[in-house]
Design a binder for this molecule. Structure first.
Ligand code: NAD
Length: 481
């Protein structure tokens, strides 16, 4: 049976004023409808912003540990629903069960983490030059926050915006991507059940151009947190900053792993393959360029091809890699594969859709490795967002570092090396918000900041850890006495 979801506005589950809905389908079996959602428009988003604005002051005045208690309770409700949400995430977005389960658990952990943080919110006492002056800072909520999220981590990303925003006393409206919104809506079911006051958190499903745009432009929205493509994100940034809103945009990546001549090549191939093909390459931090020292290049290519060919593709929980999320994402990847071949890269493995009964009409694509790639090929410069790896040969470490930086993005980057000096230099000089040594580019800890350099992010604000708290608070300095 198809599940039917509603918007959650001012504490009520309601249909969109448009009376229209849209459906999601299973990327592993596209003929199967998973769920039906509200096709909202500007009026629905406005109503949600008004509800949030009306709830803002009381929520800001609610003692932070009480806010934390609601988050903790919502986290435990989500934890109780983990199996069901894992299944929904797999059916709507295509991640394997293992990947989906990890993501649902991450959302739970984020709720618990920011629940605990509410005990330490406030400000700091400073020494003052006057004898009887109390000098201190207080952190206040920014106000109503508009949250706009992509489909590729459909529960973790909404959670890492929602939880710090609510913990710090902001009312919010979330617009999840139309692809795979079910698990994001479930966050609001949990908050509702946990006793969140009406209007404090609202979710409205529908198109970015109407619902999303209203969150970016509405005068009652004080902060916008956007994660998605650069194409949309740069526009959102310009619009929201022009209106004087606080805004963060977390965008794409073209993440490199540099493999030096001292690397353990087997380990390097494993690190690169995990980073490139995990979650079907649909991660903003996915490794899409392996930049390899000439002395270990041939061996690396051979081993990374072995890794790619050992990946079992298929649906659900028995396989290592699921399908791409939509037909258009699949076509985008297949187009890039063609472009790479035209540009003169050598196709080492993959390059098309797999054959076999279990694949049906699913949006599957083989893990694909190109060697002989120049760093100025489009396959090395543009975000593919599929399981495609470009291997680039370089003369030495210096050239590897230069190639790593020679892209417009700067989200995550890693180096595989046995040389401590090279590792230190890489960490210092690589232009990326996340720098890793002997580790894959994907995988984040929730208690440390996350964000990018250059076109990957608005560099002023980070997410996660204390950075999440910073974005949703504004500091006031008090001289008392
Ligand atoms: P997208 O930009 O198409 O959509 C993101 C969200 O923006 C969706 O909810 C969409 O409906 C909304 N939107 C679209 N037009 C809008 C408008 N005019 N105004 C306001 N909102 C609008 O991105 P996507 O395809 O959902 O996600 C994939 C992209 O997200 C990739 O580029 C990936 O790298 C990026 N991403 C970045 C991070 C990060 O933290 N840096 C994390 C995950 C994904």
């Amino acid at each position: 049976m198809t599940e039917r979801y509603q918007n959650y506005v001012d504490g009520e589950w309601i249909d969109a004023q448009t009376n229209e809905t849209f459906e999601t389908t299973d990327p592993a079996a596209p003929a199967e409808v998973v769920a039906e959602y509200q096709q909202s428009d500007e009026a629905d988003a406005e109503a949600a912003v008004e509800a949030a604005a009306a709830a803002q002051d009381e929520w800001a005045e609610t003692p932070a540990p009480q806010r934390g208690a609601i988050l903790r309770e919502a986290g435990s409700i989500l934890a109780d629903r983990k199996d069901e949400l894992t299944d929904l995430l797999t059916r709507e977005e295509g991640k394997t069960h293992a990947e989906a389960g990890g993501e649902v658990q991450r959302a739970v952990d984020i709720f618990y983490y920011y629940a605990e943080k509410t005990r330490d919110l406030g400000g700091t006492v400073k020494s003052a030059s006057g004898p009887r002056t109390n000098l201190y800072t207080v952190d206040e909520p920014v106000g109503v926050a508009g949250l706009i999220t992509p489909w590729n981590y459909p529960i973790a990303i909404p959670a890492w915006k929602l939880a710090p925003a609510l913990a710090t006393g902001n009312a919010v409206v979330l617009k999840p991507a139309k692809v795979a919104p079910g698990v994001a809506v479930a966050l609001f079911e949990a908050l509702d059940e946990a006793g969140l006051p009406d209007g404090v958190a609202n979710v409205v499903t529908g198109p970015g151009s109407t619902v999303g745009n209203t969150l970016v432009t509405h005068e009652d929205v004080d902060a916008v947190s956007f994660t998605g493509s650069g194409e949309v994100g740069h526009m959102v940034y310009d619009q929201a900053t022009d209106d004087g809103k606080r805004v963060q945009t977390e965008l794409g990546g073209k993440n490199p792993t540099v493999v030096t001549d001292s690397a353990d090549v087997e380990e390097a191939a494993e690190i690169v393959a995990n980073g490139a093909f995990g979650v079907t390459g649909q991660a903003c931090t996915a490794c899409s360029r392996a930049i390899v020292h000439t002395d270990v290049y041939d061996e690396f290519v051979e081993r990374v091809v072995d890794q790619a060919e050992s990946i079992e593709i298929g649906p659900g929980d028995e396989y290592d890699m699921g399908p791409q999320v939509t037909e258009s994402e699949l076509e985008g990847t297949l187009d890039y594969i063609e472009v790479a071949e035209r540009e003169g890269a050598t196709l080492e493995t993959g390059g098309g859709q797999p054959d076999g009964d279990r694949f049906g009409d699913g949006y599957y694509v083989e893990p694909t490795v190109f060697s002989g790639v120049d760093n100025d090929f489009r396959i090395a410069q543009e975000e593919v967002f599929g399981p495609v790896l470009a291997v680039i040969e370089v003369e030495d470490f210096e050239a590897g570092l230069a190639a790593a930086n020679d892209v417009q993005y700067g989200l995550s980057a890693s180096v595989v090396t046995d040389d401590h000096t090279e590792a230190e230099r890489f960490v210092r000089e690589v232009e990326a918000g996340v720098a890793k040594v002997n580790a894959k580019t994907t995988g984040l800890e929730l208690h440390v900041p996350f964000g990018g350099f250059k076109r990957s992010s608005s560099e002023t604000w980070r997410e996660q850890g204390d950075a999440g708290i910073d974005f949703y608070t504004i500091e006031k300095t008090v001289y008392d006495g």
